[in-house]
Design a protein around this ligand. Structure first.
Ligand SMILES: [Zn+2]
Length: 145
């Protein structure tokens, strides 16, 4: 066991799209698996919500945000950050992260790996629940606990 833990300046839920796939396994003896594939799970009753920003489906509604303005349709977490990035003029050392409770923030990386919040950006008003999320909460079986 090592007691050393390198301190990485990781910021909560800030993440990027990474289309890279790491698993590229050959299927030498995978013929028997085809039978399993045939037993596909039941088709979900509703199609996934579509992101208003990028137009792609949102599979992780719990991690989605609502778009600003009327309707408040669900959008991807990453798309919310992109939206903010369009409005904010970021310096090279700044970036946008989610700091919790419906707030994003512009943070700056300081020398030494620390971060400073330069600007707090309220995104979702506390206490407001968009319709799509209310619906999700009411649904009896939420996939992916
Ligand atoms: Zn999106």
């Amino acid at each position: 066991m090592s007691t050393q833990s390198p301190q990485k300046p990781e910021n909560g839920r800030f993440r990027r799209h990474r289309p890279r796939k790491t698993k590229a396994q050959g299927s030498a003896q995978g013929e028997q698996r085809q039978e399993r594939k045939a037993a596909a799970p039941a088709v979900p009753p509703k199609p996934p919500q579509t992101c208003k920003i990028c137009g792609k489906p949102i599979f992780d509604l719990a991690g989605a945000f609502s778009a600003p303005g009327e309707g408040g349709e669900p959008i991807h977490f990453d798309c919310a950050i992109e939206l903010i990035a369009r409005d904010e003029v970021l310096k090279p050392d700044e970036k946008i992260v989610y700091i919790g409770q419906g707030n994003f923030a512009v943070i700056a990386q300081l020398p030494g790996g620390k971060f400073a919040i330069r600007k707090k950006i309220p995104w979702e008003l506390q206490g407001t629940v968009p319709a799509w999320r209310r619906e999700m909460m009411l649904s009896p079986d939420i996939p992916g606990k």
